[in-house]
Design a binder for this molecule. Structure first.
Ligand code: NDP
Length: 248
């Protein structure tokens, strides 16, 4: 009986957008904490396969899945492939996201549609599909952005809108799934050292940050690790800010 319990202690996780940046740090952290981790990517195949190989070499279980978050069928298939591979789904982290910036006057509607499709619609679809498999104790985390609370820079209207939508969606879903013993939370990073931050913005962003530096992907992953842990069972529907004091 004891053995059955310890076998069940291996959690199965899926991270969307896990090939690079914050998503990759989350994949590594969850794997280090003992989870079997699947993750999606859109185009960075080499980075994705290297990350999966690194985790496997360290004795973990990892599965890289090519799935565009803007594509409903690919996303649902990624969730189902994870369940097929690991036998369950205990943790879903939506980290896939795109940053499109332009002044409102010239913002291309195709880019708006793409931002919505990946950042909002993709997260909703992944959550909906994951909830078909999750049991009590399930954990969902979305990676939003501090721009949901404070746009902060010119050209950010669509990105801020998408991250605001994510925060609102998480509040609604938290109530829907609370009775099932499943939590969902939204982590809102401030500027964090990844490819998504244009190099020419770094100095200006650091000037806006009381801590005097960008965040590290590993720091965001640490918050996610807490939120998916059993002790975070009373945290749900929350948007948790990690922004080096930017909005303090
Ligand atoms: P990166 O650009 O470094 O990484 C983005 C990741 O998302 C990559 O793995 C990428 O895969 C994947 N991705 C992008 N588009 C898609 C798609 N359509 N389908 C599937 N995967 C996709 O960004 P970050 O790590 O910085 O961003 C991760 C999340 O954190 C995003 O949601 C972002 O909005 C958010 N965030 C980031 C902040 C920052 O300052 N870095 C601050 C606040 C929030 P591939 O390489 O294959 O395209």
């Amino acid at each position: 009986m004891k053995q059955a319990n310890s076998a069940k202690a291996i959690k199965a996780a899926l991270v969307t957008g896990g090939s690079r940046g914050i998503g990759a740090a989350i994949v590594e952290r969850l794997a280090r904490d003992g989870a079997a981790v699947a993750f999606t990517y859109a185009s960075s195949e080499t980075a994705a396969l290297d990350l999966a190989a690194k985790i496997e070499a360290a004795g973990g279980r990892a599965l890289a899945i090519k799935a565009d978050s803007a594509d409903e069928a690919q996303l649902r298939a990624a969730v189902n492939r994870t369940v097929d591979a690991f036998g369950s789904l205990d943790i879903l982290v939506n980290s896939a996201g795109v940053l499109e910036m332009a002044p409102v006057e010239t913002f291309a509607i195709a880019q708006l549609d793409r931002s919505y499709a990946v950042n909002v619609r993709g997260a909703f679809i992944a959550i909906q599909e994951a909830l078909r498999h999750m049991q009590a104790g399930g954990r969902i985390v979305t990676i939003g952005s501090i721009t949901a609370a404070r746009a902060g820079f010119a050209g950010s209207s669509v990105y801020a809108m998408s991250k605001g939508a994510l925060a609102s969606m998480v509040r609604g879903i938290a109530i829907d799934v609370a009775q099932r013993g499943i939590t969902i939370n939204n982590v809102q990073p401030g500027p964090t050292q990844t490819d998504i931050v244009p190099a020419e913005y770094v100095d200006a962003l650091v000037n806006m940050l009381p801590v005097g530096r960008l965040g590290k992907p590993e720091e965001i992953a640490g918050m996610v690790a807490y939120l998916v842990s059993p002790e975070a069972g009373y945290v749900t529907g929350a948007s948790l800010t990690m922004d080096g004091g930017m909005t303090a």
